[in-house]
Design a protein around this ligand. Structure first.
Ligand code: TYM
Length: 333
């Protein structure tokens, strides 16, 4: 093995991926392939913390894989696999559950949000979700975990669990670091810009799905909520400016220019023109991805083959960590 560092990340196939998933995570993953050993998974075990339609999870798992590839993840470069195809994730999660405190899990904002939204199903899996996520990362001795801002708290608890375990048993786990993308780390809802853009939002106008057709994408951007001030300016933390801040971040992320450069180009211009340009830039960014996705999704055999090979490669790496952990805690191996 060379001395390239290791990257691990993943997405839940719990809905159509959004522009937020792309700009906050996947776009960054593509760039990281050049310099790192990258492992990207479809996190199906996590999806069942909320009730799902089984056929949808199955279908979406392959859709997410096709989208990863269409976005530029190269199956010859990076390992891609389905989380449930490697049993080591569930196995390590059990061990780590015994090294994680109820109090730490109770502080997780995602748990608080999701249990408020699904008050009829506050299950133990929803509560221990971050432990499974820690297992995902630690199994591969990942150095970096490229995610959106909403997942940073989960990376923190992963680090805490790993450090606690290492303090007892020696250097078993690499302590991973979260990696945020420069401008798309938190893409907000187009309708309620104080909320994150989410694939599970009930209002489809609030998010751009990577599966939307080009007209719908443009329409959604053009009807994004802004303000009545009429000034294009980035003001971090100013609630009134949340809509414009978001469109500036989106424009910056899709164009690769800084937020300041975009804001100064549009300073003094009207919201209508600005939105039309953002809409066009987003459409041009998604169009080639969609074309490639549409081609790939029909080749189920090819996608299944990647899953199979990916699970084998992932299994070989994770086996080493799991064995070490089992030995350390006293299991007969
Ligand atoms: P998930 O499936 O919700 O999202 C996948 C990735 O997209 C990022 N993201 C966003 N980034 C910017 N703006 C947004 N509006 C936005 N919405 C989502 C997320 O931060 C994430 O990086 N728990 C994880 C999946 C997971 C995982 C892991 C990730 C399971 N195990 C191990 C990394 C490592 C999740 O639900 O992401």
């Amino acid at each position: 093995m060379d001395d390239k560092k290791i990257i691990f990340s993943g997405t839940q196939p719990s809905g159509n991926l959004t522009l937020g998933n792309y700009l906050g995570a996947i776009k960054n993953w593509v760039e990281l392939q050049k310099d790192y050993h990258c492992i990207y998974a479809m996190m199906d075990l996590h999806t069942i913390t909320v009730r799902q339609t089984p056929a949808d999870v199955r279908r979406r798992t392959l859709e997410v894989l096709a989208l990863y590839i269409a976005c530029g993840i190269d199956p010859d470069e990076s390992i891609m696999f389905v989380q449930s195809h490697n049993p080591a994730h569930a196995e390590l999660a059990w061990v780590l559950n015994c090294y994680t405190y109820m109090g730490e899990l109770q502080r997780m904002t995602q748990f608080k949000d999701k249990s408020a939204r699904h008050s009829d199903n506050i299950n133990a899996g929803l509560f221990t979700y971050p432990v499974l996520m820690a297992a995902d990362i630690l199994l591969y001795q990942a150095d970096y975990v490229p995610v959106g801002k909403d997942q940073m708290q989960h990376i923190e608890i992963c680090r805490d669990i790993a450090q606690r375990f290492n303090a007892i048993y020696g250097d078993v786990f690499k302590i991973p670091e979260g990696l945020l993308s420069k401008s798309g780390a938190k893409i907000m809802s187009l309708q309620e810009p104080m909320k994150k853009m989410s694939k599970s939002d009930e209002n489809p106008k609030a998010y751009i799905s990577m599966m939307d057709d080009m007209n719908t994408i443009a329409k959604k951007i053009k009807s994004a909520v802004t303000d009545s001030e009429g000034v294009i300016e980035y003001r971090e933390g100013d609630e009134a400016k949340a809509g414009i801040n978001n469109l500036l971040s989106i424009m910056s992320a899709v164009s690769g220019r800084s937020i300041e450069a975009v804001a100064s180009e549009y300073s003094g211009k009207g919201y209508g023109d600005f939105k039309a340009d953002v809409a066009q830039a987003v459409v041009e960014c998604i169009r080639p991805i969609r074309a490639e996705y549409d081609r790939l999704i029909n080749d189920k055999a090819y996608l299944m083959d990647i899953c199979k090979k990916g699970a084998e490669s992932a299994g070989k790496i994770s086996e080493r960590t799991l064995k070490k952990v089992y030995k350390k805690v006293g299991f007969l191996v």
